[in-house]
Design a protein around this ligand. Structure first.
Ligand code: OAD
Length: 257
């Protein structure tokens, strides 16, 4: 067992309520690109202001819709990795383990985590732009993306407004119930695992601060340092796919590789 794993087990001994706050790094080993990693991050190649705002969608709906359709199709093709499964298995090691995620890919649920709060929505939950009527994306599965990457959004069957992805864009409010629950569980938990997030995007980036000021033991799992690193009890510089299976095995909940 690595020193960091031993230390994590020590810090988690006696913890009953645990929260895992995850970001894009959590899904990286499933083949979903992160946003800010040098070279491979999506925001290295794409300008978020042209893709991840309501104004961008209004200005060029085909470009924005096509980009999300590409990500939606990608996410459907990939599978949760051993780190996702280890986090799901860790539920059995504590009284409560809530996953609070910034990811929109649904991989925690697919891995079997029973209690997942999605702060930034879900890429599966298409809805119309004007009124939020839900839209069933089944027909979009086989749609071939053109070279331009641009796809005109379908129209809402109820009101005719263009269909948008069900994710939170920059400048939009987070779903209130999700944010409230996240704040509550982070305030009440004994330990907070912060996994694969650059801890730069608010309000999610404030959750570790809330945990710290409420007395939670904060453990960060991330191969890179973040603004949070100097303030955590343990910085475990490893990937989610390496650290979490090691941790779950050390806590008596092994998962297959
Ligand atoms: P980022 O792309 O900002 O950060 C990813 C973090 O994951 C970095 O700190 C990496 O070092 C780390 N990382 C990379 N590979 C990893 C691995 N295999 N295991 C563990 N960690 C790894 O992603 P987020 O912090 O999730 O929002 O970004 C937050 C939000 O910004 C996203 O939800 C998205 C984005 O813009 C919206 O689109 C609204």
């Amino acid at each position: 067992m690595s020193n960091q794993c031993e230390r994590a087990v020590e810090l988690l001994s006696g913890a009953r309520r645990v929260v895992a706050l995850t970001g894009a790094g959590m899904s990286q080993e499933s083949g979903v690109p992160t946003f800010r990693d040098a070279q491979t991050g999506l925001w290295e190649r794409y300008d978020p202001t042209e893709l991840a705002t309501a104004a961008a969608f209004q200005h060029n709906p085909a470009r924005v819709f096509g980009w999300y359709l590409w990500r939606w199709q990608l996410v459907r093709k990939v599978a949760p990795h051993a780190g996702h499964r280890a986090l799901a298995a860790l539920v059995r090691a504590f009284d409560e383990l809530v996953v609070v995620t910034q990811n929109v890919d649904g991989l925690h649920r697919r891995a079997g985590s029973p209690d997942v709060t999605e702060l930034h929505g879900s890429i599966d939950a298409f809805r119309c732009f004007d009124q939020g009527h839900p839209y069933d994306p089944a027909g979009l599965e086989s749609l071939e993306l053109p070279e331009s990457g641009e796809v005109q959004p379908p129209e809402c069957h109820v009101c005719g407004s263009p269909v948008r992805p069900g994710v939170v864009w920059f400048g939009e409010f987070l779903p209130q119930d999700a944010l409230e629950r996240a704040c509550r569980v982070v305030t009440e938990c004994d330990a907070l695992l912060v996994i694969g997030t650059s801890a730069l995007v608010y309000p999610a980036a404030d959750l570790p601060n809330l945990g710290l000021s409420s007395g939670a033991t904060v453990i960060e799992i991330n191969p890179q340092r973040t603004p949070l690193t100097p303030r955590v009890r343990l910085s475990w510089p490893a990937s989610a796919g390496a650290a979490l299976p090691a941790l779950s095995a050390a806590l008596g909940q092994p998962v297959a590789p």
